[in-house]
Design a binder for this molecule. Sequence first.
Ligand SMILES: NC(=O)c1ccc[n+]([C@@H]2O[C@H](COP(=O)([O-])OP(=O)(O)OC[C@H]3O[C@@H](n4cnc5c(N)ncnc54)[C@H](O)[C@@H]3O)[C@@H](O)[C@H]2O)c1
Length: 271
Amino acid sequence: MHGSGQRLAVVTGAASGIGAAVARRLVDDGWRVIGWDRRGCDADGVAGRRVDVRDYEQVAAAAAEVDRADLLVNSAGIGGRGFASELAPAAWERVIGVNLTGTYYCCRAMFPALRRAGGLVVNIASVAAHLAMVEGAAYCSSKAGVAMLTDVLGVEWAAQNIRVIAVSPGYVRTPLVMDGIHRNLLDEETIVRGTPQRRLAEPAEVAELIRALAADELRYLTATTVRFDGGWTASGGYQPHLAGGLLPAADDARTTPDAARTDRAGLTVPD
Ligand SMILES: NC(=O)c1ccc[n+]([C@@H]2O[C@H](COP(=O)([O-])OP(=O)(O)OC[C@H]3O[C@@H](n4cnc5c(N)ncnc54)[C@H](O)[C@@H]3O)[C@@H](O)[C@H]2O)c1
């Protein structure tokens, strides 16, 4: 981070989970923080703004209010599961639209402000970017896209002194995951058993990593993804939403939609 005075960060998805923890951590560290969220954001010390990252006009209008930015954290995101053969096109578009297109829109619109400061972009990808997960066609593709977008922008924007890094968390104790656990779409015990460190991460731990990535001493780090998953990916990754972490049997090929599965896929993709 260069320049004098207070450093400025824009954090998307700042109303909840990882984004909220990042915003809080940066405020505590003396940053000026602007929080973009489709729900708005009224956290202490954060200048909240209602922005839907799927809508480029909204994103561009919010970005035009920011003169220089030392940090952009793209944490706005949604889950979404469904067998590829059954997924509603609208569900696919929602997941890709928020997670991948929304991330790109925010990077694109914030480029001038980031260039002025020689800033850093941190995109929140996921372990789902690196391992194929059953029912993950949309979510895994969106996150793999975020990881590749990060590499491309890191390469393109190195000349402007902008760094771009993705963080791929494993399972983090946020409303997104806890909601899945409460609705029996995820199984906490299976997540814990499948994670070498035998626990979920706390949002504050991800926030601490992002704060550390913003250090000037790490300026050589760009165009890459940091896995922050307690060893989950390296160990092969359980499929915690499947009983015992097992793949479906061959005779359970999931090619014929039925009401229960379609309903379940719809439920997991909020709009
Ligand atoms: N929690 C995990 O275990 C985990 C693991 C890996 C990756 N992630 C990723 O981390 C990011 C944050 O997830 P979280 O667990 O904190 O979820 P969360 O649901 O707690 O918070 C997500 C926030 O994004 C906002 N949001 C959603 N759609 C938006 C839109 N169109 N425009 C603006 N804001 C929008 C929501 O209002 C919410 O405040 C997501 O990209 C998620 O995919 C989470």
